[in-house]
Write a protein that binds this ligand. Structure first.
Ligand SMILES: N[C@@H](CCC(=O)N[C@@H](CS)C(=O)NCC(=O)O)C(=O)O
Length: 233
């Protein structure tokens, strides 16, 4: 384990977990360099992807990472790591059942919702598959409140994506036809998806979400190019 608790986040929605934990951290934003990372970043993540965290080592400028810090990547691993180093945040509760439920919500989002939205947005697949995915997803949400009742890494992981997908849908971005888009919007607004809509509303109203959402919307232009962004997590 690192000898210091220096922690630098290289942008992304993992920031929600840091804010929830009340962590002290530095943030490095890439802005226009997002798709073409500077060479020093490859010492943190050889894949050049964000998010990443440097942890431990001396407190150095974020564009001069120390060889002494741990370099951590993969958003879900980072969320679990933050829950581990800030146990008092309860982002991943001690109860094994709740832990399994938090991980299940993330898996349902990834395995069903993300794929279905992508197929509709990129490949103009019938929007019906989005509704089926959302239905499966809402069935594993706690009946009220956040994904497992209390706020957890599940909300950090899926909240920003759901907000982004719903934003794209509202803005009519994607390969689906106007008619399919209208059908999907109308169906999703229905009573059948009340739990899903309430969940999206609750997560997006959370102050920690609002902090990083401004960042996401600032770097994501509302154009067809923005749709490409949903391919990453
Ligand atoms: N599975 C990785 C995906 C990382 C990823 O694809 N990140 C995107 C941003 S969401 C990225 O860095 N894209 C820019 C690039 O590929 O250069 C994770 O969850 O961390």
């Amino acid at each position: 384990m690192a000898a210091t608790n220096q922690l630098t986040l290289y942008t992304a929605t993992v920031r929600i977990a840091l804010d929830e934990a009340g962590a002290q951290y530095k943030i490095h934003e890439f802005g226009k360099e997002k798709g073409n990372k500077p060479h020093w970043y490859y010492t943190i993540n050889p894949l050049g992807k964000i998010p990443a965290i440097t942890y431990g080592g001396p407190d150095v400028p974020s564009d001069q990472p120390s060889p002494e810090s741990e370099k951590l990547t993969e958003s879900l691993a980072l969320l679990e790591f933050l829950a581990d180093i800030y146990p008092e945040s309860d982002l991943l509760p001690a109860d094994p059942v709740l832990r399994a439920k938090a991980r299940r919500v993330i898996a349902y989002y990834e395995n069903y919702v993300h794929h279905a939205f992508r197929a509709a947005f990129f490949l103009a697949h019938p929007c019906e598959s989005v509704l089926q995915a959302v239905d499966k997803f809402q069935a594993v949400l706690h009946p009220t409140g956040f994904a497992i009742g209390q706020f957890s890494i599940a909300d950090c992981a899926v909240g920003p994506w759901l907000a982004r997908l719903m934003l794209f849908l509202r803005k009519n971005l994607g390969a689906y036809s106007q008619e399919e888009g209208d059908k999907l919007r109308a169906a999703l607004a229905g009573e059948k998806y009340a739990r899903f809509n309430r969940y999206v509303q609750d997560v997006t109203e959370r102050p920690s979400f609002q902090n990083s959402w401004e960042e996401v919307s600032a770097i994501t232009p509302y154009t067809a190019v923005a749709v490409v962004d949903i391919s990453c997590r």
